[in-house]
Design a protein around this ligand. Sequence first.
Ligand code: IMP
Ligand code: MG
Length: 176
Amino acid sequence: MINLVPVLSEKEIKVKVIEVAKKITKDYKDKELVVIGVLKGSFIFLSDLVRNISQPLQIDFVSVSSYGNSDKSSGNVLLLKEISIDVKNRDLLIVEDIVDTGLTLNFLVEYFQKFKPRSIKICTFINKLERRLVDIPVDYICHSVYEGFFVGYGLDYAEKYRNLPQIYHLKFNQRG
Ligand code: IMP
Ligand code: MG
């Protein structure tokens, strides 16, 4: 039995997203910002975030696969969709739904370095600490958690729950 426990309300999400977007707006003044969403998980966070950044920016997406239909990282990162705009000398902001082991971002930072951007920074909605394997610097964080599996607001479990407007802690109930 799967149990969904609400942990962040729509209001709490909005407050943090606006706070982080304001910081990004300030930090990227006079820069050439390209926001890169990591599909699929970041699609809702990214759309809220960019609507609160008041700087000119471009948007592109990459798609990676690292989990399969499980809650454990496979450790293998596969690039399913590349970027399609020129990011040379641009200031890249990679937007993730959640950073867990850090393997996905480690892979993506290496991938983007090949295109010679001026800078690369990372923004995540949730920074999850317990299983970090790569010490990757995360520059903008909306919420930090130590452990647990979360769904909603773009985050899935086996492709489900992405459409839920708030964040839930997904618990596997043994009895039931
Ligand atoms: P990492 O490579 O281990 O950092 O994994 C990052 C990716 O794993 C995220 O972009 C998510 O797609 C997925 N992921 C990790 N933890 C969770 C979670 O708690 N809920 C939903 N997806 C997760
Ligand atoms: Mg996922």
